[in-house]
Design a protein around this ligand. Structure first.
Ligand SMILES: Cc1cc2nc3c(=O)[nH]c(=O)nc-3n(C[C@H](O)[C@H](O)[C@H](O)COP(=O)(O)OP(=O)(O)OC[C@H]3O[C@@H](n4cnc5c(N)ncnc54)[C@H](O)[C@@H]3O)c2cc1C
Length: 599
């Protein structure tokens, strides 16, 4: 695909008649653009590459071009990237993915897009991606392009179900054979064995990363301070069920059974994580914590002392230390005056158990995000007299109307891997920008619900799902609590809690509310605080912000990328993010380990 093309001719051919264009017509337009893109890259002309994008176009790269996660917005940023990553110019063999039919879509401005999944080759391995073209004044240019590395040449993922039945697995004699279970246990001990990657935290993030590294041939150990896998989910309030659907919560290599519910109760997910680690033979040390750690920048190696359940201490020397300790692990507890005077019980939502023992209580729930709503609903269902206190506005959508749109692309007939690529092809800053548009659409479907909330003085905002990226909170996917508020079965009070009295809480305006139970659904501290607690100020202060938008990289702050401190990496996010980005973090660590990356 290296021929020079008359792109303007192609645009006018199709422009008048997109609605009747066949998939062959779309393939021709897309194929020609890909040919021009490859030629422009090969010519090493930054301007020629940039010209193939609309003025405010986007190029997101996941390891293929930059060995990092990067999103470039606008022609000048794209041209700069071509200069800055000369190795990236070696991407070749761009083609339409043979298994995907090109389709029409819509850009941010409402223009019709011609889009498809693509394949290409990078020197490190095969890539896949997505391109969306728009007719830019008679010329087909890219509005978004995703280039994502998928495998490492020579280190392809090993999956044993590729084995042939003809292989001799049936009869084998092994003198002095170590039984399978004993072998697995000793394998997980890492005695006299090299350990490239140590992962702290055995939630979905730590486990998915370890599973992927294992398939790439890079050994890792996961440690967790709790004594049972899945406890981060298990210990949350009792009525919690996940807000994404069955398909979007899948973890790599081990799909849920067909009998699984669409929305997973948290205890089912907890048990699933336990099975996941067991079935995929992921080495995990439970009841284990780092008690000392230091990094040698010359030897590029950590010395980590770990105290294990029972008090044993081990010293390991991993080259990569990955913090997968959770974005929601350090509760943000406001410092409220009079706490010791209060005669009732106080919980943060992170430790609030929920359930029947709270029947008959007078409860105040501080906060108005997902946790606050779930806790308030649980208290109502258990027979508590409950009041929610709202300080700032919340984005609310119904699960019935909103979830199918937020989880679009993830369904019974969709490939999760392809859906992840389509999702990743809209860079985070763009998705945040487009978020109010999506929210406005969902709001028309949720009109009755939102009008009801307005009628009781509940403060709404229209930021949409992008709020999860910029603020990591402040939204509610309604699973019943909104109606309880509208019907005043749960009371709503607007205000800012500033302290406790002996019999309740007091708001900034002086209002006192009686309560014998207060649940602070006040969110979580940044993951960097967990790093500070574990590795000290010097390390934490050098770490870049985790989460939020990193303007320079056009990505979420430092997750799945360099932390800012050498040898230290971070991983996390919801189920879908843990699945999607564990792939790219595993590929990056494997590439570093095998000496393939240029970073
Ligand atoms: C109330 C609530 C509802 C949520 N609902 C959803 C939802 O519907 N869908 C969704 O996809 N996501 C949801 N999330 C977000 C996210 O998926 C979860 O927080 C999830 O648990 C994150 O997984 P993780 O592996 O990143 O971290 P965690 O599950 O928090 O796991 C981190 C692990 O690290 C361990 N750890 C922490 N510090 C140390 C240390 N110093 N040493 C050793 N071990 C340590 C912890 O014990 C824990 O096991 C929700 C979060 C909360 C709080």
């Amino acid at each position: 695909m290296t021929t020079e093309l008359d792109l303007s001719q192609t645009a006018s051919d199709l422009a008048d008649d997109l609605s009747v264009a066949t998939s062959e017509d779309l393939s021709i337009v897309l194929g020609r653009w890909l040919g021009s893109f490859e030629s422009a890259l090969a010519s090493a002309s930054p301007e020629a590459v940039a010209e193939l994008f609309v003025e405010n176009g986007w190029w997101r790269d996941l390891l293929a071009f930059t060995w990092d996660l990067r999103s470039f917005s606008g022609r000048s940023a794209i041209a700069d990237a071509v200069v800055r990553w000369p190795e990236g110019r070696k991407l070749t063999s761009f083609r339409l993915a043979p298994d995907i039919v090109p389709q029409l879509g819509q850009s941010e401005s409402g223009a019709v897009t011609v889009e498809s999944m693509i394949g290409f080759e990078s020197p490190a391995g095969p890539g896949r991606g997505v391109v969306r073209l728009v007719n830019d004044g008679g010329v087909w240019r890219s509005w978004t392009l995703l280039t994502a590395l998928q495998e490492l040449n020579g280190h392809e993922e090993s999956l044993t179900n590729w084995r042939s039945l003809a292989e001799p697995h049936y009869t084998n004699v092994e003198v002095g054979r170590v039984p399978w279970a004993a072998n697995r246990a000793s394998h997980a001990e890492f005695v006299d064995t090299d350990l490239p990657v140590l992962i702290v935290g055995a939630g979905q993030a730590g486990l998915t990363l370890s599973a992927r590294l294992q398939r790439l041939g890079v050994r890792s150990l996961v440690i967790d301070r709790t004594d049972r896998l899945g406890n981060s989910w298990r210990n949350r309030y009792s009525n919690l069920q996940l807000h994404d659907t069955y398909w979007n919560n899948q973890l790599p290599y081990m799909p849920f059974p067909d009998t699984w519910p669409i929305l997973s109760p948290k205890d089912k997910i907890a048990d699933w994580l336990e099975s996941y680690a067991n079935h995929l033979d992921i080495p995990v040390w439970l009841g284990s914590e780092i008690t000392a750690a230091s990094y040698d920048p010359v030897g590029k190696e950590w010395t980590v002392q770990i105290t294990r359940k029972g008090g044993d201490t081990r010293t390991l020397r991993p080259r990569y230390l990955v913090m997968a300790t959770g974005m929601q692990n350090s509760p943000a507890i406001p410092d409220l005056a009079g706490r010791d005077d209060f005669g009732g019980e106080v919980y943060h939502s992170a430790t609030f158990p929920g359930g029947p023992r709270f029947a008959g209580r007078t409860a105040v729930v501080v906060g108005s995000g997902n946790s606050a709503h779930d806790v308030a609903q649980d208290l109502y269902e258990q027979g508590a007299d409950t009041t929610m206190i709202q300080r700032s506005s919340t984005w609310v959508m119904s699960t019935s109307e909103g979830l199918p749109l937020l989880n679009a692309g993830y369904g019974p007939d969709d490939s999760v891997e392809d859906a992840d690529l389509w999702g990743a092809s809209i860079p985070f800053p763009l998705s945040v920008r487009m978020s109010p548009g999506l929210a406005a659409h969902i709001a028309t479907l949720d009109k009755e619900l939102l009008d009801g909330l307005r009628s009781i003085g509940f403060r709404l905002n229209d930021e949409g799902p992008g709020r999860g990226v910029t603020k990591a909170g402040g939204f509610y996917f309604d699973q019943g609590a909104s109606q309880l508020l509208i019907e005043k079965k749960v009371a709503l009070v607007a205000g800012d809690v500033v302290g406790f009295t002996q019999n309740g809480v007091v708001l900034r305006d002086g209002t006192e509310l009686a309560a014998d139970l207060v649940v602070l659904a006040t969110g979580y501290l940044n993951m960097r605080e967990g790093i500070r607690e574990l590795l000290g100020d010097e390390v934490a202060d050098r770490c870049k912000p985790i989460w939020g938008l990193d303007e320079e990289r056009g990505e979420i702050g430092s997750l799945w990328s360099d932390s800012g401190y050498p040898g230290l990496w971070t991983h996390g996010g919801n189920m879908a993010m843990s699945r999607t980005y564990s792939k790219y973090l595993a590929l990056r660590l494997a590439a570093e380990e095998f000496g393939l990356s240029s970073s």
